[in-house]
Design a protein around this ligand. Structure first.
Ligand SMILES: CC(C)(COP(=O)(O)OP(=O)(O)OC[C@H]1O[C@@H](n2cnc3c(N)ncnc32)[C@H](O)[C@@H]1OP(=O)(O)O)[C@@H](O)C(=O)NCCC(=O)NCCS
Length: 177
């Protein structure tokens, strides 16, 4: 993965779990403030756990962004479902292109895998961010956290651009054994 303006993207590894959890928690607590009620934010972060990331039973593409040696954001993609499941940036790096670069890299993975449509549930504060990057808002949605708390969000999707290149299987890979 490339480096740009001191920013470097790489696949997440098992030892990153705690840092992923910290970034996720900080981003929700700080950047989603004002859009969601304190009670909703508290419930949201209380459900996050370091062991919830990179679960061996749930294979995902998880990329992290580092500036220097500091992890400043991450994104998670389920390529089989064509679903962007998470994109979070530490508050003091917001507006410096970290989210855009992570999103572009995850989209490249999805399009390269032949995913025709990428979907996501955008938190209300992130809807414009995705819209500016080609996602279309479909309808309001709710992400259930507990029986009592459901987060309002927006269902969005983006179609694979015709120019996106799909990785062809290696020669012989399709040959039945
Ligand atoms: C949404 C999020 C991932 C975007 O990441 P980011 O690194 O800030 O993204 P970028 O810097 O590439 O772009 C941010 C946009 O905000 C603008 N911006 C600039 N300064 C900003 C600031 N101080 N605060 C907020 N936005 C700012 C940028 O110009 C850009 O605008 P554009 O959409 O018109 O291009 C990040 O803000 C975040 O983690 N939010 C909280 C968690 C969240 O809601 N995640 C999405 C879950 S679905």
């Amino acid at each position: 993965m490339g480096a740009s303006g001191g920013l470097h993207l790489r696949p997440a590894r098992d030892s990153d779990r705690r840092a992923l959890w910290r970034i996720h928690t900080e981003a929700v607590e700080t950047l989603c403030q004002g859009v969601y009620a304190p009670d909703e934010l508290n419930t949201w972060v209380s459900l996050l756990r370091p062991e919830g990331y990179l679960r061996p039973d749930r294979p995902r593409t998880v990329l992290v962004a580092e500036r220097g040696r500091r992890m400043v954001g991450f994104g998670q993609l389920d390529t089989r479902q064509g679903e962007l499941e998470a994109l979070y940036v530490v508050p003091d790096e917001v507006g410096r292109g970290v989210g855009s670069q992570l999103l572009a890299a995850l989209e490249s993975v999805a399009w390269g895998d032949g995913t025709p449509l990428l979907g996501l549930d955008a938190s209300l504060n992130a809807e414009n961010f995705y819209r500016h990057r080609g996602y279309v808002s479909l309808h309001p949605a709710r992400r259930p956290l507990t029986a009592r708390v459901q987060l309002a969000c927006v269902r969005m999707q983006k179609r694979r651009p015709v120019t996106a290149s799909r990785q062809e299987p290696a020669a012989g890979a399709m040959t039945p054994t």
